[in-house]
Design a protein. Structure first.
Length: 256
């Protein structure tokens, strides 16, 4: 799930749990637009058994979006293109066909859908909360477009920081980190939180020789790049624009 917006509002949006509408000041990443007041209508909401708050919201001019624990993501206006870019970064920096792929997070199914188009043998998807998947399949089916039903998909539910330890050494050609710290249920589940070293060490371990890892890095791309360089010498930052501050950014590394 890609965090693509910056917001300014009073109160605590992660605590909003009643249907209705409100106005927030938003701007979309990758577009050279100013902060604008937009109407946000809550279409559906759910507090999962894990305590996460999932909402489907309709933002004026952007379409339907997923809001997870107060963090807007998977915006209809541009989510498909951004998921495609992330997958292309993995493929274009791999020196062979991708046979084995692992996605960390990605409960909306966007990265999964585009990864299946690479025709791999298997894709592992490690998602914390199964209700995120079912909610997105019900209300945002265009994102995954049936990808979760493909027999190449190995869905692993639970803590990705733990479940990644069960994947074999040198077994994955590409790893996509499709998790956002802004939408994490706790600090323990943040990519760059207290368990970051454990996660990065295991990504390094499961990647095959010259395998590629791609991670979204919208908020602090230089910090993300610095973190990845601790584990992967060949780490780089990619942006869809060097001319606007609100660009979409990714960090990718080659395991060499």
């Amino acid at each position: 799930m890609t965090n693509m917006v910056q917001t300014q509002s009073t109160g605590h949006p992660q605590q909003t749990f009643n249907s209705g509408s409100k106005r927030l000041h938003l701007k979309l990443r990758g577009f050279n637009e100013k902060l604008q007041s937009r109407t946000l209508n809550i279409c559906a909401h759910l507090r999962t058994t894990l305590g996460q708050i999932i909402e489907i919201v309709d933002v004026s001019g952007w379409g339907k979006c997923l809001r997870l624990n107060g963090d807007l993501m998977a915006i209809e206006k541009n989510q498909d293109g951004l998921h495609q870019i992330m997958v292309k970064l993995g493929l274009q920096n791999l020196d062979r066909n991708a046979r084995s792929i692992t996605i960390l997070g990605g409960g909306d199914g966007g990265i999964l859908k585009h990864s299946l188009r690479l025709n791999p043998d298997q894709i592992n998807l490690l998602e914390l909360d199964p209700q995120v998947i079912s909610f997105c399949k019900k209300y945002l089916p265009h994102i995954s477009n049936g990808a979760f039903d493909d027999n190449k998909v190995n869905l692993i539910i639970g803590d990705a920081f733990v479940n990644i330890t069960n994947l074999k050494d040198n077994s994955q050609d590409i790893v996509f980190v499709d998790m956002t710290d802004g939408g994490a249920i706790s600090n323990e589940n943040q990519v760059f939180g207290p368990r970051s070293d454990i996660l990065m060490q295991n990504i390094n371990r499961i990647l095959s020789n010259k395998g590629v890892v791609v991670c979204q890095a919208n908020e602090q791309p230089q910090d993300v790049l610095k973190n990845f360089k601790k584990y992967f010498e060949k780490s780089y930052c990619w942006s869809d624009s060097f001319e606007i501050k609100n660009a979409n950014c990714y960090v990718y590394s080659v395991n060499d």
